[in-house]
Design a protein around this ligand. Structure first.
Ligand code: HEM
Length: 205
């Protein structure tokens, strides 16, 4: 028997995941010397990324769910959580000049699935990062780390995997290349975005 879409995704995005883990802003996030300023800057960069992406992503995901209904999976928008974390840390999050994110949400369900895989799967790394944030900065889901604690309040990674395995494996099995392309493009779009991110001045409220 061939491997599942999920197994192929995991296998074929591993290099992009590893490369992203060593991106300097994410490396700093994992440092034992992490400061609140470092963390605020990463939150702002992540917020700008998700704000650019989510208007279209939310609509496109709802349309995909319309074509392949699932009783459990719903996309939880990340931008409001990141904005809440910025507020909790007292850093400004308004007035970003949005760099367009190089992702084509052009109606391809397969490509969209790849994007969703990356976003939902990243909650796995979030577990580990959340512990590190609690240890270094003492922040938790109520005090500035709700984005990295999504796994505490939401089981969308599990629901997404079930949806993919049960309902989408068959319709997309001949389109796996586009699924993987969507995932790899998401990793590289985030990587480029973080590399190019210029920090706005930190404004305390
Ligand atoms: C420094 C930052 C990061 C670390 C240390 C990290 C670490 C991890 C770890 C430990 C896992 C779980 C692996 C497993 O259960 O086998 C994981 C899974 C994953 N991460 Fe990351 N991650 C990081 C950043 C990211 C980012 C920014 C994204 C994308 C936005 C991402 C996407 C994923 C995906 C899609 C998976 C699921 C793989 C699968 O089970 O199929 N990660 N990560």
């Amino acid at each position: 028997m061939g491997s599942t879409i999920l197994e192929q995704l995991r296998e074929q995005t591993r290099p992009a995941h590893l490369a992203l883990e060593s991106q300097p802003l994410l490396q700093r996030l994992l440092s034992t010397q992490l400061t609140e300023t470092d963390y605020s800057q990463l939150l702002q960069a992540m917020l700008a990324f998700y704000q650019s992406l989510e208007t279209e992503l939310v609509t496109a995901t709802a349309a995909l769910l319309g074509r392949h209904p699932d009783p459990h999976y719903r996309y939880l928008p990340r931008a409001p959580l990141l904005a809440r974390d910025c507020r909790a840390l007292g850093c400004d999050y308004s007035g970003f000049i949005h760099t367009p994110i190089e992702l084509r949400l052009n109606g391809s369900g397969a490509y969209l699935l790849g994007i969703l895989y990356v976003i939902e799967g990243s909650t796995q790394g979030g577990r580990f990062i959340a512990r590190h944030l609690a240890d270094t900065l003492g922040v938790d889901e109520n005090s500035g780390a709700s984005f990295f604690n999504i796994h505490q309040m939401n089981s969308s990674w599990k629901a997404f995997r079930c949806w993919l395995n049960r309902d989408l494996e068959r319709p997309y099995q001949n389109d796996i290349k586009s699924v993987i392309e969507g995932a790899n493009m998401t990793f590289s779009a985030l990587h480029t975005h973080l590399d190019q991110w210029h920090f706005p001045p930190r404004v305390f409220s």
